[in-house]
Design a protein around this ligand. Structure first.
Ligand code: SF4
Length: 348
């Protein structure tokens, strides 16, 4: 049976028409699915019983449930989310003063094998579908209001997986989240973060131009990048530079570059110079990120002086630099640490 969430509103309208149902039923059904996120057809009380039975006989209604939850001393909360087929991914809710940001997963595991990443050692199981990503956002919105007393304000596609390898489903999830008939969030509050999938970046420029783009760069030394991030073999730094220039030309958006400082690996003044060179073709904002150690990679974070010097050297050249002190480190919820350590049962 097909999950009903895979049908668009026009497809639901067509389905209703073929069964001699009034057109407004499709809209009602769509709102139950994408505004209220109901978990059974029987909860759709404004639909006639016969129609609910018809839907239940023809479609599945996918569910996502919390399987585990861990709270960090800094307020971040990591959730393991179990999908209908038992697959588990992690999402992280990060509060700040008046807002909260969700880091959402796009794949179960990841095929890209970045050397510093804990998710990589899980291997790759499958892509998430649009509903499975939307369900993370929906749950995070409820959690944000209940826990922190303010609505979910931002979403970053920076959890498990490479979102641009799952572009169609991510795009559909973004459309549901931003649909005024659905959750109604502004696309300007959404960021897709890629490891450098150039075809995906070009597609994003054409099909999701209002959503922000972040690139996990981590070094502007072409050979070193290929070692740290094997995707650099398929899409070398020069190709990434071309894709980003094209992206900027089409969207006029500033691009965020994520740069995680690894001690004695990518934190020298030579690396600063290479990074400055890489940034010449398009406007950027650079997020300098503290590395979080974990058992699956041999790296150490750069020391505080090196970190400061690196940031200063960029700022002296008038680049916008944000220093990201990682949140959720004590619960392995920080950048590169998501790896499904626990999978207990619970309810969303
Ligand atoms: S850093 Fe991102 S793209 Fe690279 S292996 Fe980890 S999850 Fe995949």
């Amino acid at each position: 049976m097909k999950d009903i969430h895979t049908l668009s509103l026009p497809q639901l309208q067509q389905w209703m028409k073929e069964r001699q149902q009034p057109a407004f039923r499709a809209k009602q059904l769509y709102e139950y699915l994408w505004k209220q996120n109901v978990t059974s057809f029987q909860e759709m009380l404004s639909l006639p019983q016969a129609l609910r039975d018809l839907l239940a006989g023809e479609f599945l209604l996918a569910k996502a449930a919390f399987a585990d939850m861990q709270e960090s001393a800094d307020g971040s909360v990591k959730y393991a989310v179990r999908m209908s087929d038992g697959a588990v991914v992690e999402m992280v809710l990060i509060p700040s003063r008046n807002r909260s940001t969700l880091c959402v997963s796009s794949q179960v595991g990841c095929p890209l094998n970045c050397r510093f990443c804990a998710t990589a050692r899980m291997g790759f199981s499958r892509n998430l579908n649009a509903y499975e990503m939307y369900a993370q956002v929906f749950a995070a919105r409820q959690e944000s209001e209940a826990r922190f007393g303010h609505p979910l304000s931002n979403i970053v596609w920076m959890g498990m997986g490479e979102p641009l390898l799952n572009f169609e489903a991510v795009k559909a999830a973004v459309e549901r989240v931003t649909d005024p008939e659905g959750m109604g969030m502004s696309p300007s509050r959404i960021t897709l973060s890629t490891s450098g999938h150039c075809d995906g970046i070009r597609q994003m420029a054409r099909e999701l131009p209002s959503v922000h783009l972040a690139v996990s760069l981590h070094t502007a030394d072409a050979r070193q990048r290929q070692e740290l991030m094997p995707i650099g073999g398929k899409y070398p730094l020069s190709a990434l530079s071309d894709a980003l220039a094209d992206y900027h030309e089409r969207t006029n958006n500033r691009i965020t570059l994520e740069y995680m400082l690894l001690k004695d690996v990518n934190d020298s003044l030579r690396h600063v110079r290479l990074l400055l060179d890489f940034c010449r073709r398009f406007p950027v904002k650079i997020n300098l990120i503290e590395y979080n150690t974990h058992p699956y990679a041999p790296y150490q974070p750069s020391d505080a002086d090196t970190f400061r010097r690196f940031a200063q050297s960029l700022e002296e050249k008038n680049l916008i630099v944000n220093v990201r002190r990682s949140k959720g480190r004590d619960i392995a919820a920080a950048c590169g640490q998501l790896a499904n350590e626990k999978k207990n049962s619970g309810k969303m």
